[in-house]
Structures are given as structure tokens and as C-alpha cells.
Write a protein that binds this ligand. Structure first.
Ligand code: SF4
Length: 50
């Protein structure tokens, strides 16, 4: 993992206190997100907090 990715993970973790990003993501429903990772994504470029 590059330094930039580590910073990004740290920032996501600050913004999202739950174990899985999806639990706190506004796209966490079938019509909004078709990612295979859902609902257990721990890294996601599309994550947006609720
Ligand atoms: S966009 Fe990413 S974080 Fe959000 S629900 Fe989909 S997989 Fe989860």
C-alpha cells in the first residue's frame, strides 16, 4: 500500500466509524450500488457518507 493509500484509508476511517463502509454509505441499496463488495466493502472509491 502506498503512502497516499494509507492516508486515504485513515481519512475514510475518520469519516466512517463502522466496520464496513457500506453501513455508513448513502449508496447502500440495490438501485444505487452494484459493486460486488457491497455490503461488506472496507475500501471503496465510490463511498459517500450518509
Ligand atoms: S458505493 Fe462502495 S461503500 Fe457505498 S454501498 Fe457501494 S460498495 Fe458500499
Amino acid at each position: 500500500m502506498t503512502f497516499g493509500e494509507r492516508i486515504r484509508q485513515w481519512w475514510l476511517r475518520l469519516r466512517c466509524p463502522t466496520e464496513f463502509l457500506c453501513d455508513n454509505c448513502r449508496y447502500d441499496h440495490d438501485s444505487a450500488c452494484h459493486r460486488r463488495e457491497r455490503p461488506n466493502a472496507t475500501r471503496c472509491p465510490d463511498y459517500k457518507s450518509k
